[in-house]
Design a protein around this ligand. Structure first.
Ligand code: BES
Ligand code: MN
Ligand code: MN
Length: 470
């Protein structure tokens, strides 16, 4: 339980901590747009400064081939206390379509909660939920503990990256090369969601991913569609034909071999996932689509968490601005991403998709597939005591036990933490299903920001109550 001293510290600190988060959110740290590179750097520097002020030590900005990492620690709890590694990301997704934002993405705005939330404000800004707001929870938990007690119940290390939304390449190289610096007993991550304000979730699985850009080339330059149409395969049309062949009418991916390594769900896991109070009606209420889609033999929760997918993230080609132009474009483009489940190897899936696209390609066009290194899926063992401390912390602060769920999103670095550092990972999220991640009007439900800080403190205290035996 938190002391009254801590509680009154947090009450007094609320407005300032929110103001700090707002200042951080003003920096447009979009990692995948090169023009924003200075902003990504500025967001890292801002975090360095804030972590120092919050009482963390050895805080440094670590240059990489890509965007910088931010490291900081506090290691005075004693060698008999566990060390917690906190991970998060300070980069954010692009903001387009900008016109659909009710307030500008980098002018954070607090508005009263709507929808199924009875009370409480939302903070609207790109990165508010994913993941600056959730990362900041742990920085402010450390601040509160150090300011009130002068110490932390555990040793702690922060490693915060700036290219999670770009595939986590730099941190992926850094972690295996710095296992001593990062040595810890468990890893704590808040970059996932809850089901509702009163239903916390411990995520025990994440999907992996593989992404690629596809280019279809027909004629060597754009052509008059009257002069050449009918005798030249239009690349836009050819691209549609190719992409349309990647799924059957039930939503199965048709790429040969795509499901070969996919394990069938056990009855026990299907029963666990059946406890998740989420169904087609809730899905449609959250996403606004006219009807659900996907493999009929699987529930919505299974489709999202435990089945692989292939998505078309973007497609373009030809004349798309105002006016009209009767043209056969030279090229058409698409961006694809696959979500992968355990046992699927991203590189192998990439080869299968590429081979199938080449096999489908008619002789009238050329197809080029530029794949990027992906990341495999992740599953946690629910048996680790750290998961139990997280469950107890949620229970103490939210008054409800968490449910256990597999998530459809990816956090590419988690496997490397597990493999290189050999530690359990706790995915303790505070986002909500209607936070509009990656979409216009991203927001963070502010009561979850404040409760998140309390949950983090409670979790760290539970960790600290353990004495290490090794
Ligand atoms: N925080 C998300 C992942 C996530 C979202 C987990 C929802 C659970 C629920 C993360 O920032 C993210 O968006 N990751 C990307 C990774 C990709 C760019 C390699 C993703 O999943 O698309
Ligand atoms: Mn995230
Ligand atoms: Mn994200």
């Amino acid at each position: 339980m938190m002391s009254t001293q801590l509680q009154s510290y947090l009450t007094n600190a609320q407005t300032r901590q929110l103001d700090e988060l707002i200042a951080w959110l003003r920096i447009p740290s979009i990692s995948t747009i090169s023009a924003h590179q200075p902003d990504v750097l500025a967001a890292a520097q801002w975090l360095v400064e804030n972590m120092r002020q919050s009482g963390l030590e050895n805080v440094e900005l670590i240059e990489t081939e890509g965007h910088p990492l931010v490291y900081g620690d506090w290691l005075h709890a004693g060698t008999d206390k566990p060390t917690v590694l906190v991970y998060g990301h300070y980069d954010v997704q692009p903001v387009d379509p900008l016109a659909l934002w009710h307030t500008p993405p980098f002018e954070p705005t607090v508005r009263a909660g709507q929808g199924y939330r009875q009370e409480g404000d939302d903070l609207y800004a790109r990165g508010s939920s994913d993941d600056k707001g959730q990362t900041f929870i742990h920085v402010k938990a450390v601040e509160a503990l150090l300011q009130t007690t002068g110490a932390l119940p555990v040793n702690i290390k922060f490693l915060i990256e700036g290219e999670e939304e770009a595939g986590s390449q730099a941190i992926g190289l850094y972690v295996p090369a710095h296992v001593e610096q990062l040595a810890a007993d468990l890893c704590l991550i808040s970059d996932t969601g809850m089901l509702a304000p009163d239903q916390p979730v411990i995520t025990y699985g994440l999907r992996g991913n593989w992404t690629a850009e596809i280019t279809v080339t027909g004629p060597s330059q754009d052509l008059h569609s009257g002069v050449y149409g009918g005798a030249t395969h239009n690349p836009n049309q050819a691209l549609c034909e190719l992409l349309a062949a990647l799924h059957d009418k039930d939503g199965h991916v048709t790429v040969p071999g795509f499901y070969d390594q996919v394990p069938e769900l056990s009855d026990a896991e299907r029963a666990l996932l059946a406890n998740v109070p989420y169904d087609e009606a809730k899905l449609l209420a959250d996403n606004g689509a006219p009807a659900a889609y996907g493999e009929p033999a699987y529930t919505v929760v299974e489709r999202i968490g435990a089945r692989p997918t292939l998505e078309i993230n973007g497609m373009w080609g030809g004349f798309i601005t105002e006016g009209f132009k009767t043209v056969i474009p030279s090229q058409a483009h698409a961006k694809l991403s696959c979500r992968l489940v355990p046992n699927q190897d991203p590189a192998e899936i990439g080869q299968l998709v590429e081979a199938y696209l080449q096999q489908l390609a008619p002789p009238t066009i050329k197809v080029e597939v530029q794949g990027r290194p992906g990341s495999p899926a992740y599953t946690a063992s629910l048996a680790s005591p750290a998961i139990q401390w997280a469950a107890a912390a949620y229970q103490a602060v939210f008054g409800v036990a968490p449910i256990y769920k597999r998530e459809g999103g990816s956090i590419p670095i988690v496997n490397k933490f597990q493999a290189a550092l050999d530690i359990p990972i706790v995915l303790m999220g505070f986002g909500l299903p209607d936070d509009n991640l990656h979409a216009p009007n991203e927001k963070f439900y502010l009561p979850n920001f404040y409760k998140g800080i309390e949950t983090s403190i409670t979790f760290l205290q539970a960790c600290g109550a353990q004495t290490k035996t090794d």
